[in-house]
Design a protein around this ligand. Sequence first.
Ligand code: CAA
Length: 405
Amino acid sequence: MKTIGIDTLGIYVPRYVLPLDTLAQARGVPVEKIHLGLGARAMAVAPPWEDTVTLAANAAARALAQAQVSRDEIGLLVVATETAVDHAKPASIFLHDLLGLPANCRTFELKHACYSGTAGVMMAAEWVRSGSARGRKALVVAADIARYDLASSAEFTQGAGAAAMIVGENPRLLALDGVSGVYARNVYDFWRPLDRREALVDGKFSLSCYLDALDGAADEYRALTAGAGPLLERFAAFLYHTPFPKMAYKAHLRLFEREWTRAGGDPAGLAEAAEASYAALVDPALDAARLVGNTYTASLYLCLAWLAEQRGAQLEGRDLALFSYGSGCCAEFFGGRLVEGSARHAAGIGLAAMLAARESVSVERYEELSRAGSAGGTPPADTRAHCFFSGVTDHKRNYERTASV
Ligand code: CAA
């Protein structure tokens, strides 16, 4: 079978960040609830000149620059988002223009809450595997701005960002194992009616839907790979969709308990073994999510970027488990190997540097930016972005380039 996977990963997050201890103080919430209860420290705040299109295009520009592939090599462009900018016109066609992609390139937008980035990656991999790509590559971009009502309990789990993935043969980062366990069920755990900018969520129910979907997807993956040994022994890291870091902890404990019980492990040793497994196999991937917040479709790939950039040297040649969850719901459990040489390639992602260069905002400024939403505007001259959203005229959105992308 051909080796197919994620060749290059580009990440982009807005320049503004709100430390969550200040928000906790402003809302009268104990800071320990946020730091320990949710595991979150800060969240990215999108200014009015950033929307899903600019986040996606800025991440994609970074991926293309790092991969050093010519625009003509991209034959498929997919933008996955649950915070689209138009009901009919897909975000992908704006990217197609901003990135200067060839006319003979299939483009469309995908939606299934936080899951659709993975749907895009899997579809792109199949496109390559089937031969339809004719040697070309796919660009899959997951981008979102997570917004809930101000002063709601979900407010602390907002965030914004994008992950762009170039998918092709002989990837330099992550080779997919080609097997997926999937799970789907119609539930109302998180949704955003067409007339609303902020999402609605049945918070506690959403946690249980996530965990049920993990059971279902992992069960199918295990069944499809029977004979490859216990799940917990196969992978050097487990990456989970991370709406807030504590969710990844809950997910791993659930998976661990089920695997432990299945293997006839001593119940008395379960708690300690599960904590140790979480600390070794999950926690190292979560630092970026702790500082960015929920990026919906991009969340899983933000974790992958962080792990590959920070731990790439130790993990080269090792298998990772990935779990993607989208409310509503659809989920997928799959595996991939960080290929030999991937650490050097992953060092080019530049995520730690991007996070370190952000500007902290006060709660007042965050509320001001939040109320303005994605109204458009002009960024300060020193922006790191390659394009921005300048506003709407005659019901049409205008995007400007700040540099060659
Ligand atoms: N010190 C330490 N911990 C504290 C504390 C304190 N003073 N006070 C509370 N906590 C703990 C609680 O015990 C709880 O921990 P456990 O879950 O381990 O028991 C944690 O802090 C959160 O407390 P609550 O459950 O009381 O918090 P909440 O009512 O504010 O709701 C939430 C939390 C449901 C996650 C809410 O933020 C929310 O609705 N977020 C959006 C929905 C979401 O992210 N769902 C995730 C699954 S769905 C999905 O993954 C798709 C997606 O991206 C949205």
